[in-house]
Design a protein around this ligand. Sequence first.
Ligand SMILES: C[S@@+](CC[C@H](N)C(=O)[O-])C[C@H]1O[C@@H](n2cnc3c(N)ncnc32)[C@H](O)[C@@H]1O
Length: 500
Amino acid sequence: MRKGTRQDRSARRVEFGDWQTPVELCKEVLGLLKRDCPAPDTIIEPTCGEGAFLLSAAETFPGVPIFGYEINELYLEKTRGLIPGQNVNVKHADFFEVCWEREISNKDGHILVIGNPPWVTISDIGSLGLENMPEKMNFKHLSGIDALTGKSNFDISEWMILRLLSALTKRNFTIALLVKTIVARKILEFSSKNNIYIHGRIYGIDTKKYFEASVDGCLLIISNINYTKFNSSKDWICYKDLYSNIQTQKIGMINGRIASDITSAIETNYLEDTCELEWRSGIKHDCSKIMELTLHQNGLINGFEKNINIENDYIFPLLKGSDIANDRKPGKRFVIVTQKMIGEPTVFIKKNAPNTWKYLNDNINFFINRKSAIYKNQPNFSIFGVGGYSFLPYKIAICGLYKKIFFVFIEPYRGKPVMVDDTCYFLGFNEKNHAHTVCKALNSNEAKNFFESRIFWDSKRPINKNILQSISISKLIDRLGYDMPYIFNKPKQSCLPFGI
Ligand SMILES: C[S@@+](CC[C@H](N)C(=O)[O-])C[C@H]1O[C@@H](n2cnc3c(N)ncnc32)[C@H](O)[C@@H]1O
């Protein structure tokens, strides 16, 4: 048994995702399983905690052998006292060390897995210096850059479900677990990409009521048994809750990507192709108090409300995500842009704009203390999300964090190109009429339907580069019957002019 770091109770709670399920919710889940799924021959609870699911299962399926596993011995003692009868066996076990193939091999018939695995991510655990995680962490084979940008982060429960799926492949099974909704979707994506044929359903649960949590959660039911009450297609139906039959979404995979409304995604599939222009992220500096300036009566002030008198050379108008989402015009906020491209030396600022150089150096500690690894081994005052494209005069931008599809057309402000922040994505153009046509097309109903069917509004960043990059703007313009800007006439055009 690996030893778990025990720092304090709350860190321990995070490490083990230790939020026990109320009996009331377990009963509702088991009631639904009894109603809608074929009777199990064996029930497994892989992280059984204080045993609420075991108890409800024993009541709902009397006589069916039940096996619980749990890392916390104190919980096991409680559980043993709670559940009388010989059909329930509980074991002290670390999920990551159990050989699930062996555990399952001596169990009968249709196996039902129930429970509520920990709701915690590898990065939550890592940042606390804890160790409740699988040893082979990189199960999606992500590269170093994905690890740097956080793409390698994943939920422990996702790993657990995939581990169970691989152990159950040759058996009839139903897995019914309480998970974050995002984990349920990742299971759909993973199973589809890896040709694992399972049917699935997702039932919303009120996480606030049951766990005082603010994250979206659900009951995920997946099975390789094709029974009538289950949707037998590859698409998964999402229900509002455990009780009503109200369907909220039918999610599914299209062109290797998950769609929030698979029917509409298929209808708008004619627009799906690699976007001919490259969507870019806005400027990232992680130093807003120093780098962002606001225009007040007496001039520009920084985030500490100090008046800043520096040269105009490196100051550019700025629209932040909230400005883009609310269609505000430039003129209020500004940003210091220290580089024209990533990695460019910044010492030139000293000669070109001595006051700017002094201001930056006076505040160098704010830059040194930036946490992100991307600034390591870069020139002082480095920024990211910058390149020739940042300085193109016309832009179309959208904020990735807001729950609305609305593309904003941006013109230069007082002769300078407007920058957007790193919550935004944009296309840059040299010619105003091109930007205008593309903006009108992207705000059309055709494009809206395309995006709506692919966006999950409950995600942290619902609008992302992948989604934006998946629409062919030339096909869209063609469909709408607009004049095609010449930048689309050549194959694989970039919106960048040559030399930038
Ligand atoms: C969200 S709680 C749910 C407990 C129980 N399934 C329920 O529904 O009430 C997660 C449980 O997983 C247990 N756990 C966390 N990591 C584990 C591991 N590596 N092996 C086994 N159990 C683990 C925790 O101790 C905790 O009891």
